[in-house]
Ligand binder design. Structure first.
Ligand SMILES: [Zn+2]
Length: 359
């Protein structure tokens, strides 16, 4: 037996107006947790929409700075939390995952209001948890994803450009990694469904991504921007909640974990930015010429990394630690053939020479 929770969402410049129909069904009292910047951007709009919907805010506050169990526990310790009907997460992935984790412990439904378009945390049923010092702790498997996600495109368009930029890079990896990890397997219906949806993550972003970037640069909500946002949050989320967890990632993410072993990479580059370099390496290693060319030119056009130096490292330096960590990463346990550090390095070197293929 299994249950699949495909994303439920409302999108538009007036998405919060739907609190009235959707949140009201969940109850008349809630607790709201947010990141500080997110609240500056969305707080007024959220509070007035909740008030218009006749929903009282019994507890509210900044979630903390890290998606940590400690921060989730602070939410759980608030005595007022036991009486609310649901929790509302307002912010980016770390805030959302913290609130999801708290809701799971409390057995209360969670709703999400992303304020940046950078990942699928608002619709998935995993929570990526860190220690208070920022180091990775675990991926918690929750019982349910947020019940409904409210995507206010006006707020997302006003957010810093870098999030949607890196988010598009992370989104394209979803397709490349899921088809690779699943290759050769007999797939269940949910895995086939997820992998099919995953095609949108790549091809839709190729189609709308450049325009979406230009519109986001001007902080303008457009059809292309809305499409990119839906792929970043919803298509990736639909893949995440459908496919076998073996298929969620492969070398692009394994190499991300390897590269972020280096402090300078971790501190100066965004998740999706680093992953998008890993996508190119994976496509090179796997001899996917057509996809490689498309992804490479896209990265080049948008200023996403195409060479290792753009992440602050040199292909000729000793990369043993990076490659070893990538090779040992759990994302490479289920792949169609052994992905060794030698193989990864070979592909990285070939990528240095690559100029975009025959065009
Ligand atoms: Zn990612």
């Amino acid at each position: 037996m299994y249950s699949i929770y495909l994303p439920r969402y409302t999108i538009g410049i007036d998405a919060y107006r739907n609190f009235h129909t959707i949140l009201r069904q969940a109850g008349t009292s809630c607790a709201v947790y947010y990141g500080k910047k997110a609240w500056d951007a969305a707080g007024q709009k959220i509070l007035s929409a909740l008030s218009n919907a006749g929903i009282a805010v019994a507890a509210q506050g900044v979630y903390g700075h890290e998606a940590s169990i400690e921060n989730a526990e602070r939410i759980l310790q608030d005595p007022k939390i036991n009486d609310v009907s649901f929790l509302l997460a307002v912010g980016g992935g770390k805030c959302t995952d913290t609130v999801k984790y708290a809701g799971w412990k409390l057995h209360k439904p969670v709703y999400s209001c992303p304020t940046i378009a950078s990942n699928c945390a608002p619709v998935t049923k995993i929570a990526i948890m860190y220690h208070p010092d920022g180091s990775f702790r675990e991926i918690a498997q929750l019982a349910e994803p947020p019940v409904h996600c409210f995507i206010d495109t006006e707020i997302l368009a006003k957010a810093p450009l870098k999030y949607v930029w890196a988010g598009m890079g992370d989104t394209m990896a979803k397709h490349v990694e899921s088809i690779f990890s699943a290759r050769g397997d007999t797939l269940t219906y949910p895995s086939r469904l997820g992998i099919k949806i995953g095609e949108l993550c790549f091809y839709d972003i190729l189609d709308c991504g450049r325009q979406a970037y230009r519109d986001a640069e001007k902080h303008t909500v457009s059809a292309a921007f809305e499409e990119a946002v839906q792929n970043i949050i919803i298509s990736t989320g639909a893949v995440s909640v459908s496919v076998s967890k073996d298929y969620n990632s492969a070398l692009a993410h394994a190499l991300y974990y390897g590269l972020t072993n280096r402090k300078e990479v971790d501190e100066h580059h965004l998740h999706g930015e680093i992953v998008s370099y890993g996508t190119l390496v994976q496509l090179m290693m796997d001899h996917q010429e057509d996809l490689l060319q498309k992804a490479y030119i896209f990265n080049k056009d948008l200023g996403l990394p195409i060479k290792l130096s753009q992440l602050g490292l040199d292909i000729h330096e000793d990369l043993h630690d990076v490659l070893q960590a990538a090779q040992n990463n759990q994302e490479l346990i289920h792949v169609p053939y052994p992905v060794t550090s030698e193989r990864i390095y070979e592909a990285m070197k070939e990528l240095e020479e690559y100029t975009g293929g025959d065009q």
